[in-house]
Design a protein around this ligand. Structure first.
Ligand code: PLP
Length: 392
């Protein structure tokens, strides 16, 4: 029989959110009703903005006319959108069109980029963090070093090939300070290492002194690539669109002392594995840029941030909040018990679903994540239920 990649046997049997969905289903089957409030998975709930819908409608009209019909898009997306990304998201940061790779999901870019590097390299990941970094590296047989405090990690004695930085972090909501990021960039330049900067939640940043893009930091184009997604910023989880910036300045060493451009290899990987993003998705986002509809998207983000703040304020009254300045749509609390125990405790007694911190890494044990992506009504109802818990 065909042999299996042994690394597939090393990852957890279930992806974290599939496990939570199964528990939800079990509860509903057991109690024969769904009175649950789901504050677990970070998925948007507000409908698509008017400008996105108008963009999709316009794109359909363009595709319905043989004069404007377009077939396969370029594997890195269309220039019309790249131009808007540069103009709106990277003002004065000197990003070029051929450094932008538009795709349908940051999750797939984050995982697929690892194909470019040899197996068994060493990567450093924040702990706790978005579990996809962990699984995708296990699948490559890579060695993972965990960083539980970004401020104290450097200098590091081991040879590291890639450092992942998620800011604002999922699940903790913490953001990296510009001067700390600068230290990582200097370290990466000195030690021939790459930085993967995931700013999926940059649109949620409230703190004016926080960087939205790693390219705001000097010299970062030499070592850093950046992942951005429209999933949470434009409510695009059902539509799908994202992009990855791979600067042309990044060169990888080959064994014969020659170098090869990461941008070239990333393009080669995309051309091989991917046929480009959907024209409808691209056009929807393009339309929000050209009609100056940022406010519409911002209003949705503010709605989710208000939910997050309501939850956080409640947990502050119980001394469980870990968040002083909200920069993400998540609330990360100290639950003072094993995090799966807390999951079942809330599920069985208060009919609330959240995400056990351990699912984001060992340092997440004893912590719990709630999402602000629910409706206001559900958020308030969840708080009402939580208020019934006696303060300890
Ligand atoms: C930190 C982080 N990066 C990337 C993603 C995935 O983005 P996409 O929906 O574009 O695949 C998520 C989704 O939850 C995330 O939390």
């Amino acid at each position: 029989m065909t042999q299996v990649n042994p690394n597939y046997l090393q990852i957890e049997n279930n992806y974290l959110f599939s496990k939570i969905s199964k528990e939800k289903e079990k509860y509903i089957n057991k109690h024969k009703k769904n009175d649950l409030i789901d504050l677990s998975i970070g998925d948007v709930t507000l409908p698509l903005s008017k400008s996105c819908i108008a963009g999709i409608n316009k794109a359909s009209l363009l595709l319905s006319d043989s004069k404007t019909f377009t077939g396969y898009p370029p594997s890195s997306g269309h220039d019309f959108l790249k131009e808007q990304i540069i103009k709106n998201d990277y003002i004065n940061l000197n990003i070029q069109k051929d450094e932008i790779f538009i795709g349908d999901s940051s999750k797939s870019d984050i995982s697929n980029i690892l194909d470019i590097f040899k197996e068994n390299i060493t990567v450093a990941l924040q702990d706790p963090v978005y579990p996809v970094y962990v699984d995708s590296n296990i699948l490559r047989g890579n060695k993972i070093i965990y960083i539980d405090n970004l401020d104290t990690f450097l200098p590091c004695n081991e040879k590291i090939d890639i450092i992942y930085i998620c800011s604002p972090n999922n699940p903790t909501g913490n953001v990296i300070k510009k001067d700390t990021l600068k230290k990582y960039i200097d370290y990466a330049i000195e030690n021939n290492c790459l930085i993967f900067f995931d700013s999926a939640y940059e649109a949620f940043i409230q703190d004016e002194n926080t960087v939205h893009s790693i390219y705001e930091v000097e010299n970062s184009k030499k070592v850093a690539i950046e992942f951005r997604s429209y999933s949470k910023t434009a409510g695009f989880t059902p539509i799908r669109l994202s992009y990855t910036i791979v600067p042309k300045e990044i060169n990888l060493n080959l064994s014969n002392s020659l170098t090869v451009s990461l941008n070239f290899l990333f393009k080669r990987m995309k051309d091989t594995k991917y046929n480009g993003p959907s024209f409808l998705s691209e056009y929807a986002i393009y339309n929000t840029y050209i009609t100056n509809s940022k406010k519409e998207l911002k209003d949705n983000i503010n709605y989710y941030l208000e939910n997050t703040k309501l939850l956080n304020d409640f947990f502050k009254t119980r001394n469980m909040s870990t968040t002083s300045n909200i920069n993400s749509p998540y609330v990360w609390i100290k639950c003072n018990m094993p995090s799966w125990d807390y999951f079942y405790y809330l599920l069985e007694n208060y009919m609330i679903l959240g995400t056990p911190g351990i699912g984001f890494g060992k340092s997440g044990e004893g912590y719990f994540r709630f999402t602000g992506f629910s409706s206001r009504e559900n958020t308030l109802e969840a708080i009402k239920r939580l208020e019934k818990i006696k303060p300890t």
